[in-house]
Design a protein around this ligand. Structure first.
Ligand SMILES: [Zn+2]
Length: 243
């Protein structure tokens, strides 16, 4: 197993991801909304956190940075374009840069739209991508700082990853996204089937994340959008959708 990934629930519906590479023993926490649950999850397993990776500046993704660093001395890596808004950052990265957990390389992908400098961490050898609030299961992030053209370009980059790539996003939003997708495309059998599955998972108290690029390519209207206008119209409709 090249990479162990632990899902940690935080705040209301955030997911913090704890990554462990067994050969080196290195442990990374991605987007610590808060420090305590991440530190506890690492301690339980006898892991020592040596890095934090941030996808974007929002406090529900960086709020635990300082406390994780104080407790562990971790190095914090995040988007160069948002360095002014993440005062705890040690290393500033952008598309074309790489970082590592043990022997595994993570390629940085610029994915603006939700925030202006948002990045994703893609680990090809682990078939995993950490996407923050850009791509969600059956959805995409709100356009707080970017345009629909920005988000569409970000979606195209993520859609180009291999189908079996595991997608680790920052929130459990899948049920609301699935209901919106089914209401928008009532005749789509893949979306209907996934809505049923997600309803059953959530009724059983199960998480629906990670997903995969292949599943999203089949059932995510935002990832499937042909152009920025289609994505923008979907995003605006989702913002108004009350289920
Ligand atoms: Zn966010």
């Amino acid at each position: 197993m090249p990479l162990e990934v632990v899902r940690i629930s935080a705040l209301t519906d955030n997911y913090v991801w704890l990554l462990h590479e067994p050969d080196s023993g290195e442990t990374v926490v991605v987007d610590p909304a808060e420090a305590a649950p991440a530190l506890a999850a690492a301690e339980q397993r006898g892991w020592r956190i040596s890095q934090v990776w941030n996808t974007h500046w929002h406090p529900d993704h960086t709020g635990g940075n300082a406390a994780v660093k104080a407790a562990t001395g971790a190095t914090i890596t995040g988007p160069a374009a948002e360095a002014a808004r993440i005062p705890t950052l040690d290393l500033h990265v952008r598309e074309g840069d790489t970082t590592r957990i043990g022997g595994l390389e993570a390629n940085i992908i610029d994915t603006p739209g939700h925030t202006a400098g948002h990045i994703a961490f893609h680990l090809p050898s682990a078939a995993a991508v950490f996407v923050g609030d850009t791509l969600f299961a059956m959805g995409c992030g709100r356009l707080f700082e970017g345009t629909s053209a920005d988000m569409h370009a970000s979606m195209r980059k993520l859609a180009a990853l291999p189908d079996d790539t595991l997608v680790y996003c920052g929130h459990e939003y899948t049920l609301a996204n699935a209901r919106f997708a089914a209401a928008t495309r009532p005749d789509d059998p893949a979306i209907a089937a996934r809505l049923s599955r997600v309803e059953a998972q959530r009724a059983a108290g199960e998480a629906t994340v990670p997903t995969t690029i292949g599943i999203e390519r089949a059932t995510n209207l935002f990832l499937r959008a042909d152009d920025a206008d289609e994505l923008g119209a979907l995003r605006a409709a989702k913002d108004r959708f009350t289920g």
